[in-house]
Design a protein around this ligand. Structure first.
Ligand SMILES: Cc1cc2nc3c(=O)[nH]c(=O)nc-3n(C[C@H](O)[C@H](O)[C@H](O)COP(=O)(O)OP(=O)(O)OC[C@H]3O[C@@H](n4cnc5c(N)ncnc54)[C@H](O)[C@@H]3O)c2cc1C
Length: 404
């Protein structure tokens, strides 16, 4: 190991972003300690769509091939209207000269984290400490002193840098007083999964169904194996209690409102959550860096949240490894912030908000105008490719990399 690499980088959070950042650093010989509050990798149902550039940047790490073995390739996705039906079906093969992965890949986030965790196992210079909660940090001249509470009580860890990958409620972000600018949507979202095969009603494995009252986003997920699960996300505008919304009766009513099915459907998973659009005012404070949900959160329409967290992890890990090896000075980390924060505000926040507004458009004239625009775009291969370069995050990745 390079002798200049003495103190480890400490990462709070063993979610996908924390583990991936650890892997990028560890592959460059940087010693890493990851502290995770939970006793094991978390299994809650969250992100599940991986865009082409995300698959591309995880390929050299040995992750993408493993994901492809168990995930579902989604080469086409649809924009639909609840009354009119199909508006357009986008074909990602139009991107075949732009990416070796011209499809979205569906795989549950909790199936990605064990893949990364496994890759970390043989690396002696990486520790992942479960049941260890980040509490606070003091910055010193050339390092950080991190306070954690572990299975045996309070402990102090000395590190070179601290990375907050501890999710939307980030204690790291709070401990260095970085504001989380933005807002929270008034409605909640419910996610309902059924084993009923939606392909038989004409749905692609990913579809967005516009409706002024109750739009729906559909994702075919691999679950434990074929035939997988169809996950649907839609807004809850009423003040029904969580118990009422998560009841089987509510799920059946919601499914019947858009599926022509009379009998009761099997609904193995339901969850409900609040949705935010927020970006940290800064991604760096001295030797403390933020990545993933601790730095930015957005609504799930477009599948940008985890994808942009993965883009952060790879960008941050590569730059911090250079700094740790003495090949660049610490100001390189300001470039990480410039690149990733700008693209989050200009692309992820703006496009996810625009997607939500388009799905819930109430004005019939504007709705029609959008449907006409989408049909005309899809019918023209040049414009369709441009549209897909944006929606697949290829342009946003290029935009970030171009920022000096
Ligand atoms: C229902 C839902 C659907 C979504 N769908 C999509 C999608 O389709 N596509 C997409 O790209 N994104 C989606 N997202 C967003 C995506 O799940 C997040 O962007 C992603 O989880 C961020 O990963 P992360 O590693 O930054 O944070 P997290 O996954 O939240 O991981 C943070 C980790 O830090 C740990 N932690 C927290 N506090 C501490 C502490 N004090 N000390 C130590 N550890 C701590 C947590 O236990 C956790 O393991 C969705 C989110 C939700 C809720």
């Amino acid at each position: 190991m390079n002798s200049s690499l003495k103190k480890p980088v400490i990462i709070a959070g063993a979610g996908p972003v924390g583990l991936l950042t650890a892997l990028v650093l560890a592959r460059q010989e940087v010693p890493v300690i990851v502290v995770e509050a939970e006793a094991a990798l978390t299994r809650d149902l969250r992100a599940g769509t991986f865009h082409p550039p995300t698959q591309e940047i995880m390929q050299p790490l040995g992750i993408t091939a493993k994901m492809l073995e168990i995930g579902i390739k989604v080469p086409r996705w649809q924009w639909r209207d609840r009354k009119e039906g199909l508006i357009v079906e986008w074909d990602l093969s139009l991107l075949k000269d732009d990416t070796p992965y011209p499809w979205r890949l569906h795989l549950e986030q909790h199936r990605l984290t064990p893949i990364i965790f496994e890759l970390l196992q043989p690396m002696a210079h990486v520790q992942v400490r479960f049941s260890t909660r980040f509490e606070g940090v003091e910055q010193q001249g050339d390092g950080v002193r991190v306070r954690v509470t572990g299975p045996d009580g309070a402990l102090t860890l000395d590190g070179a840098w601290l990375i907050g990958a501890d999710g939307g409620r980030s204690q790291v972000r709070k401990s260095v007083d970085i504001e989380f600018e933005g807002f929270t949507w008034p409605e909640r979202y419910v996610v309902i999964s059924t084993t009923n095969d939606l392909a038989r009603y004409g749905y692609a494995s990913n579809a967005y169904i516009a409706d002024p009252e109750e739009w729906i986003a559909v994702f075919h997920m691999p679950d434990a194996g074929p035939p997988g699960l169809w996950r649907m996300c839609c807004p809850v505008n009423s003040d029904l209690s969580e118990d009422e919304v998560l009841s089987d009766a509510y799920a059946q009513r919601m499914l019947r409102r858009f599926l022509p099915v009379a009998e009761s459907m099997h609904v193995p998973y339901k969850s409900m959550y609040k949705v935010h659009q927020r970006v940290a005012k800064s991604f760096r404070r001295g030797r403390v860096l933020l990545a993933g949900d601790s730095a930015h959160v957005n609504n799930p329409l477009g599948g940008f949240g985890l994808n942009s967290g993965i883009h952060d992890a790879i960008n941050l890990g590569a730059k911090l490894a250079e700094v740790m090896r003495g090949e660049a000075d610490a100001t390189l980390m300001d470039r990480y912030e410039r690149q990733r924060r700008a693209v989050n505000i200009e692309y992820v926040q703006n496009v996810s908000i625009a997607n939500k507004k388009a799905l819930e458009e109430k004005d019939p004239a504007r709705k029609q105008e959008r449907a006409d625009m989408l049909r005309a775009t899809a019918a023209d291969p040049i414009r369709a490719r441009e549209y897909l370069l944006n929606s697949s995050m290829i342009n946003s990745m290029r935009m970030a990399n171009a920022i000096g």
